[in-house]
Design a protein around this ligand. Structure first.
Ligand code: SF4
Length: 164
């Protein structure tokens, strides 16, 4: 399956917990003021590649803890995002995902992607709430959500670093 990406970071230490393969999706319609990745906004920018290319790179790196779907907006390419997420889960990797949507806004097909997401960082970037002390998120309105626990408990459960 084709995916339009802005770029790949095969070993990232800043896009979630541990060593992660970060996939920067191309395309976002939000235009948050102060967005750090404005080059990812154009829906026809970046480049098209096959998801298999990414999946075979995941297979080869035994040091990875997981993958991170980021961007850009991964939920604008749900099928490709889901294919990557499912493959990652099959390899025993965790899946983190950044989105400009809130957890509550994600319904329909988005829920199918959430089936394969462990941690969701939700909400758009709000420059007035920007805080450099925050880990893994840019502004304090964004939440680091444990998806499975939030679904089970029917309320937002923040992700907690085990042993942290
Ligand atoms: S949702 Fe993310 S990528 Fe899109 S404009 Fe906002 S900060 Fe940038």
């Amino acid at each position: 399956m084709q995916i339009r990406i802005a770029g790949l970071v095969p070993e990232s230490f800043v896009d979630g917990d541990g060593i992660r393969f970060a996939i920067f999706f191309q395309g976002c319609k939000r235009n948050c003021e102060g967005c750090h990745n404005p080059e990812t906004h154009s829906l026809d920018g970046g480049k098209l590649i096959d998801t298999e290319e990414i999946i075979s790179a995941l297979k080869k790196n035994s040091l990875l803890d997981g993958i991170t779907l980021t961007g850009g907006e991964p939920f604008l390419q749900i099928d490709a995002a889901n294919e990557l997420a499912r493959a990652a889960k099959n390899f025993g990797l965790s899946v983190w995902c950044y989105t400009g949507y809130t957890f509550e806004e994600l319904d329909g097909d988005a829920q199918k992607l959430l089936d394969n997401v462990d941690v969701l960082i939700d909400g758009e970037f709000v420059e007035s709430l920007r805080d450099l002390e925050l880990i893994f998120r840019g502004s304090s309105n964004q939440r680091i959500i444990d998806v499975k626990k939030s679904r089970e408990q029917k309320k937002i459960v923040p992700w907690a670093l085990i042993g942290g």
